[in-house]
Design a protein around this ligand. Structure first.
Ligand SMILES: N[C@@H](CCC(=O)N[C@@H](CS)C(=O)NCC(=O)O)C(=O)O
Length: 243
């Protein structure tokens, strides 16, 4: 059986759970507590040097990280139901969507970490913080941890991030969904799965007013269809603040 190191609220973990659920694949759940920095423990970093979740351990013991890559692997090894377009152009479009959404993660962190990490990170002493930051592999995430622990994002920064998510995600999705039923063609695909965790956060907290039929009618209809999929329930894409 697959073993998934993940977090219920982690966006990238949610993508992999959605993919597993669409495929009807079971997994052993290993929860990683990000606020305790379990993902920066040496044993974890050995398996994922990027120090982030999710991490999937395959049935033969090998492991994979990067949610987009994991989902593609799962679709290649378990082709039914297909989650990648067959047409090469649409498949390339699917990959560009995943890459594009990945590039927006910094804007989501500004909102998410204020809930999940801040309560604990603000309690660390300067010495504890310095010690923990040493284990964070990337400069961007070190900065995010530092900000969360010591210098909360300002309302201007939050607004800037909200605008980037609106323009970069919702407006772009609205345009794409005017041309095809789903983000990468006429079938639900990994491109849609890639966007789900972000749209969930926009809908529940970051910009619910943008998720209306008046502002983004196609995204609103897409979101309704996504939430009706049985996999959405199986994957437990619950409310961020209480999952
Ligand atoms: N590109 C990676 C991003 C993974 C990622 O950023 N995971 C977050 C949770 S959604 C994480 O582990 N954050 C903890 C940290 O950065 O310290 C993927 O898609 O797997």
């Amino acid at each position: 059986m697959y073993v998934l190191y993940h977090g219920w609220r982690s966006s990238a973990s949610r993508r992999v759970r959605l993919c597993l659920a669409e495929k009807g694949l079971a997994f052993e759940s290993k929860l990683i507590d990000l606020a305790k920095m379990e993902h920066h423990a040496p044993a974890f970093l050995k398996l994922n040097p990027n120090g982030v979740i999710p991490l999937l351990i395959l049935e033969d013991g090998r492991s994979l990280y990067e949610s987009g890559t994991i989902c593609e692997y799962l679709d290649e090894t378990h082709p039914e139901p297909p989650l990648r377009p067959t047409d090469p152009f649409e498949r390339a479009t699917m990959r560009n969507w995943i890459r594009h959404v990945d590039g927006l993660i910094g804007n989501l962190i500004i909102f998410n970490w204020a809930h999940s990490m801040a309560k604990i990170a603000t309690q660390w002493s300067d010495a504890e913080l310095a010690e923990k930051l040493k284990n964070v592999p990337s400069k961007e995430r070190r900065e995010a941890w530092l900000r969360t622990a010591r210098k909360p994002y300002t309302e201007d920064e939050r607004q800037e991030a909200r605008d980037k998510l609106k323009v970069g995600l919702l407006d772009r999705m609205e345009e794409t969904l005017g041309k095809s039923a789903w983000l990468a063609g006429d079938r639900y695909s990994l491109a849609d799965i890639g966007a789900v965790p972000f749209v969930k956060r926009l809908d529940e907290e970051i910009a619910p007013d943008e998720m209306t039929a008046a502002k983004h009618p196609r995204v609103a209809a897409w979101w309704t269809a996504i939430q009706a999929r049985p996999a959405f329930t199986t994957a437990r894409i619950g409310p961020f603040t209480s999952a």
